[in-house]
Every structure is written in C-alpha cells, then in structure tokens.
Design a protein around this ligand. Sequence first.
Ligand SMILES: [Zn+2]
Length: 451
Amino acid sequence: MMKRLIPLALAIVVAASCQTRQTDSTAADPAISGALAQVSIDSVRSYIDDLVAFHTRHTLSTQTNPDRGLGAAVSYLERKCGRWAQNAAPGRPKPRVDRIYYTVGENGGRYDRVTQVPELMVTLPGTDGSRELILMAHIDTRVLDVMDSTAFAPGADDDGSGLACLLETVRILSQIPLEQTVKCLFVSGEEQGLDGSRYLASLARREGWPVQAVLSNDMIGNVRASGTELIEDHKVRVFSETRTGEDSDSRQLARYIKEMASIYVPEQEVVLNYRSDRYRRGGDQRYFQQEGFTAVRVCEYCEDYERTHQDVRTEDGVDYGDLASYVDFPYLVRNIKINLAAVMSLANAPEKPANARIANANDLDNNTILVWDPIRGKGGQPDTSVSYQILCRETSQAEWLPALPMGLSDTVPYSASGRMEFSCPLSKDNYYFAVRAVSADGHPGLPALAQ
Ligand SMILES: [Zn+2]
C-alpha cells in the first residue's frame, strides 16, 4: 500500500511543478535595489547631527523654544517630511504629514505634570492602499535621570538612528509609488513608558487601521558592546514574540525581514531573536503586539551601555554619552536598507492567505494536504495572477527551509476550481507548513501557518 501511495502523491506534485514557475522568491526586484542604492550616508549623518543639535528631545522638554527640545525636533521632522511630501513624484498618491497630540501625566508615572505631547505620522499612501505597513522610531531622549528634561541628551543612536531610517524612507518613497500604504510613526514618550506608541497602537485598533506589519527601529547604529569590547558591524537583531504555541505572526515577519536582507543586503546578517525584547528593556513594538498587530523590533546586535541613557561626561578616562561620533554610519545605512527592502517588498506583495489549514489532519496517513482561500482582488473575485509558495520546516527548526525536501516543487499556481490545495508525501507530523501568496511580479507576502 505504501509503495503505491507515494508515487501517486509524487505524480500530483510533478503535475504541479510542470506548470510554468511564475515566481522566483530569491530574485531581486531592480526597483527595490534601485531604491536601496539611494540611501545616502551623507543624508543619514546630517539628520543625526541635526537631531543632536536640539540638545534634548526629552518628552517633557520645551515645546516652545525654536532651537531646543521636543517641540523644535518635531517641527524639524515635520518640515523635512512636509517638503518631501510637497515634492512627491507626480502620479504618486500625495504623502500626508499629520501631527498628533496625546495627554501624559494623568496616571502619574514618569511625569511631573499633565501635558499634551506631540508626535508625527507620515502617510505614504499606496496605489491600492487597502493595507498598511508601519515603520516606527522614537523621537525622545533621556539621560541617567529619566525626569531630567533639560540636560544634554543627544540620543544619536537611541533613537536618532531609527529616526534617520524613517526620514530616508520618507525621502525615497516619496518618489516611488507602491501598492500598499507605508506609515512612518515618529513617536514620543518612549523613555517615559512607551506612552506615544501605546496611544498610537490603541488609535490604530480603534480606527481599524489595516496594519499588516510593524517594524520598530530602536537603536540600529551602534556596533560596540561595552564591557566585552565585541565589535559586530554585520549583524542586526530582529526581536519577535510568541504569544501562543510555538510560532507567531511576528516571527513570520522577522523571518521575512531576514529573507529580504539575504537578497538585498547580503553583507548584513539578520539574527532572529525569539524574544519580545532584551532583559529589563522594552520598546515601542510592545503595545502594537498587545493590540494584536504583527510587530517586531529591529535593534543593533551589540549594545554600548556607556552611550545609552547616559549623562554626557568623561569619568575615570571613559567617555559617556550617546553622541553622533559613536554611530557607525555604514552599519546604520545597511540597516536602513534592510527596512526599506522588507517594506517595499511587502508593499507590493499580496496579503497573507486566509484559512490555511491541514485538510487531512484527522487522517492517519503520511501525506499532507494543505488548503487555503485564494487571494481576492478588489471586486472580491479570486486574483488569478497570484501564485502560492509552500514553506516547511521541521518542528525544532527556527526558520523555513530554503526548498521543500525530496525535490518537491513549492509553487502552486491559481486553480481555476477556486479551491487552493497542495498535496505532498511529507508527513504532517514531522513538519510545520505554511503558504504564502506571490504577486505576478514575484513579491512574496507574509506566510500563513497551516494548522
Ligand atoms: Zn530607544
């Protein structure tokens, strides 16, 4: 019986693989490569120099001084993004720059008064725009005393590096139309307790933003580990959480970012960190995760505790403080490119397939039959231009295999029957399976784990 079953299953797979392979997920899109080539180290350096010059961007710092404090920094970001929005490419949906205020201090915490605090949302609308991708970084800075809102708190890496990533993204994408919307959230209140991102995450949930992925960039420009003196300038971490079971949508996103890095920025390795964040630290991804969004944190591999949250000073011959001179700009540029590649690819890719499941989960056999709903276009009809890619990995493996075992084809074209199915002679007990939709021009979307 076994001997008959396997060739039968293989015959099905061979039939599928005889179809023209519509996609090659390992091929680079020249449009994305071209955009990445525009990331400018000089621009990135100038943003961080400009941001440091505001002396402090503490959440409780002045909002009225034109040269110092959070107010001046938000105005600077608003001005820069506003100019790029004004000069957006013709034919591209016009970018919008919105200033958002929220109230802090009502529940005590790291606030000495109740006040309104600004943050900024830059929307780069997509030509389709039915889904959104979010890049996030925090404006505010701090020194050792988290309540000190007047001391010099340059925040070049924490989080000038993340802000530089968002600014370059707005500058470059203002000239490039994408199918889906990209939002850049410049948040405040991070150092006081993630208050700005908490406000925006609840706003996103209340208003029903169709958020597909959130990448919070917090400290992506330092390469030195204080104490151990390790230098790591070709690795960056992506933190992803799991809330139920052994996998999560944020892990799918983290793996996706790693895959895009390997295609577009192969000199920089994305290290997957299956934790929501580091010991004793959190980040702006947290409340988006808590609201149920797919969110990860991008963060440098090594941390320098002589830089972050320090008073700028020299003590026992050691220089402290988060100054621009300690940012590794080539490293930061590579991390910005990784963000841009992931966001651009996702913005031109189909959404995650719905209702992916193992159809024969109740059968005692050694096959796997996956079924899922086809991606639907605007009118609700199945999008026949979309193909599907099957991913699998053994249950103890952290990443999807680069190819299916046994030389099986991983590509499934749209089926005219409307029933999307993939059958293979791999035991459902021995692997996790997922399916992802791939656009006609080869952009893969986020995978849906079949359960
Ligand atoms: Zn930070």
